[in-house]
Design a protein around this ligand. Structure first.
Ligand SMILES: Nc1ncnc2c1ncn2[C@@H]1O[C@H](COP(=O)(O)OP(=O)(O)OP(=O)(O)O)[C@@H](O)[C@H]1O
Ligand SMILES: [Mg+2]
Length: 407
C-alpha cells in the first residue's frame, strides 16, 4: 500500500485511502488521508467509511487499488459512484481476478490453460474433473495459501475435508499442469504490450508448502528468444480476450513438461508480489508502481521507447524466511546487503516480532532481497546461500525467556 500511495502522490494526486486502524499511520506517512474502516476488502465498509468522513464516491476522480484482495472492491465502488467508469469496471476487474471466469475467457479465445471446475459443495469433488493429478485452491486465493496438489481421489477427499473444515469455499479444482513456472511482468498501453519481463521461479510456488524457496530470476530476452516469443504471443491473445488494454500486469505461466508449449496460469492487473517492482526497475529501468498509478488516473505510462534489459547483469527477487517463533535477533537490511550479489534488502522482522509459518503462503516473509549475478545460475546459487545464511542468523526467545539460535 505505501508504494502504491507513494506512486499516486508522485503524479500530483490527492489520495484518500481506505485502511484498517493498524494501517492508518502508514497511509498518512505515505502521503494519503486515511479513511479507517473495519475491512477495506469489503465494498460496503469502504462506502460507510467515506460517509462517516463526510465524503462520497462522487468526490473522487478515480478509484483504484494496488492490492490483490481490494481490486474487485475498488472497481465495484468506481461503478457504484460512476467514477471515471462506464459501469463495466467491475466486469473488467473480475476478468483479471476470478480464477474461474478468467480461465473460461482465455480458453474461449484459444489460449491453452488448465481444465477447471468450481466446487460448490464438498460432496461433488470426486466427479468434478475427469483425471488426476489436480490442484485444489480457493476461488479468490493469493500467495498459494490453501492450495493443494492431489494425486488421486483419496488425496482429494482428504484435502476437501481439510478445507471444508476451515469453513471457506467455494473452491476451484484444476487439472495439474506439469512443468516449470514463470512470472511475467510488464504493462500494456493502448492494447499494445510495452514491457514484457519473464522470470523463472526458482521453485514452483506451490512448493512453498514444503519449505521451497520463493524466488524468481529475470531471464534476459536475448538469452531466451523462443520463450519470449511464445509468451508474448500468449499474452497478446489473453489480454485482448480479457479486455486488458491499459495498465500493469502480473501473469503466471507454465512451460509444459511434455511438449514445451506455454500454458496460461493466471493474470492480475497489478504489480507482482514480493519485490517484483525493485527487480523490474533494475532489469528494465521501468518503475511499475509509477506506470500503475498513471494508468489508474487515466494518464499515459510516461515510458518512452522500448525498455531494454540491462547489459551483463541478471537480477532476481526472493523472500527471506526463517522458522516461526518469537524473534530475539535478526540480520539488518545492511547485513543482508553485505552478502554476495545483494543490491536491495528490506527486513520487516525485528526483535519481538513473532514470525509466522512462512510455508503457509508465499506472501509471508521476514524480509525480501534483490540479488544480482552474471547469469541466472550465479543468481540462483547466491539466492540459495543467502536463504540458508539468513535463516541461520535469526535467534529466538524461548518460552522461558532464554535465547536460542536457529538451526
Ligand atoms: N493447475 C495447476 N497446475 C500446476 N500448478 C498449479 C496449478 N494451479 C496452481 N498451481 C500452483 O499453485 C500456485 C498457486 O496457485 P495460483 O497461482 O492459482 O493462486 P495464488 O498464487 O494463490 O494466487 P496469486 O498468484 O494471485 O497470489 C501456482 O503458483 C502454482 O505453483
Ligand atoms: Mg498465482
Amino acid at each position: 500500500m505505501p508504494r502504491a500511495v507513494g506512486a499516486l502522490v508522485r503524479t500530483g494526486a490527492y489520495v484518500t485511502c481506505a485502511v484498517q486502524p493498524a494501517d492508518a499511520q502508514a497511509a498518512r506517512d505515505a502521503g494519503a488521508r486515511p479513511v479507517v474502516v473495519p475491512d477495506p476488502t469489503r465494498t460496503t465498509d469502504v462506502l460507510a467509511g467515506l460517509a462517516r468522513s463526510g465524503l462520497s464516491v462522487g468526490d473522487f476522480a478515480a478509484v483504484c487499488s494496488g492490492l490483490e484482495f481490494c481490486l474487485l472492491d475498488a472497481a465495484a465502488v468506481a461503478d457504484l459512484g460512476r467514477v471515471a467508469s462506464d459501469g463495466q469496471a467491475f466486469t473488467r476487474a473480475l476478468a483479471m481476478r476470478d480464477k474461474f471466469v478468467q480461465k473460461r475467457i482465455v480458453r474461449d479465445a484459444g489460449v491453452r490453460t488448465a481444465n477447471c471446475a468450481v466446487l460448490e459443495e464438498s460432496g461433488s469433488a470426486a466427479t468434478a474433473l475427469p483425471s488426476f493429478p489436480q490442484v485444489l485452491k480457493p476461488l479468490d486465493g493469493g500467495g498459494a495459501r490453501n492450495t493443494f496438489l492431489v494425486a488421486d481421489e483419496r488425496e482429494l477427499t482428504a484435502a476437501v475435508a481439510e478445507v471444508a473444515g476451515s469453513g471457506g469455499g467455494p473452491w476451484l479444482l484444476e487439472e495439474y499442469v506439469p512443468g516449470v513456472e514463470f512470472q511475467v511482468d510488464g504493462f500494456v498501453e493502448g492494447g499494445e504490450i510495452r514491457l514484457l519481463s519473464i522470470s523463472r521461479y526458482v521453485q514452483n510456488l506451490i512448493e512453498v508448502h514444503d519449505g521451497g524457496l520463493v524466488a524468481h530470476i529475470v531471464l534476459p530476452p536475448h538469452s531466451h528468444p523462443d520463450l519470449y516469443a511464445k509468451v508474448e504471443a500468449l499474452a497478446e491473445t489473453a489480454f485482448k480476450a480479457l479486455g486488458h488494454r491499459d495498465g500493469v500486469f502480473h501473469l503466471e505461466v507454465f512451460q509444459h513438461a511434455e511438449d514445451g508449449e506455454i500454458v496460461f496460469g493466471e493474470c492480475g492487473a497489478r504489480v507482482g508480489g514480493g519485490r517484483t517492482d525493485e527487480v523490474v526497475e533494475r532489469a528494465f529501468g521501468v518503475r511499475l508502481h509509477d506506470v500503475w498509478a498513471r494508468s489508474a488516473i487515466g494518464r499515459p505510462s510516461g515510458v518512452t521507447g522500448s525498455p531494454r534489459h540491462a547489459d551483463g547483469t541478471v537480477f532476481g527477487g526472493m523472500n527471506l524466511s526463517a522458522r516461526p517463533g518469537l524473534v530475539r535477533a535478526v540480520p539488518s537490511a545492511d547485513d543482508v546487503l553485505a552478502q554476495p550479489g545483494v543490491v536491495y534488502a528490506d527486513v520487516a522482522a525485528a526483535p519481538g516480532t513473532v514470525l509466522p509459518d512462512t510455508t503457509e503462503a508465499t506472501n509471508l516473509r521476514a524480509g525480501a532481497a534483490v540479488v544480482s549475478g552474471v547469469d541466472e545460475h550465479e543468481v540462483e546459487a547466491r539466492m540459495r546461500r543467502l536463504a540458508d545464511w539468513f535463516a541461520a542468523q535469526v535467534a529466538y526467545e524461548t518460552a522461558e525467556g532464554a535465547t536460542e539460535g536457529a538451526g
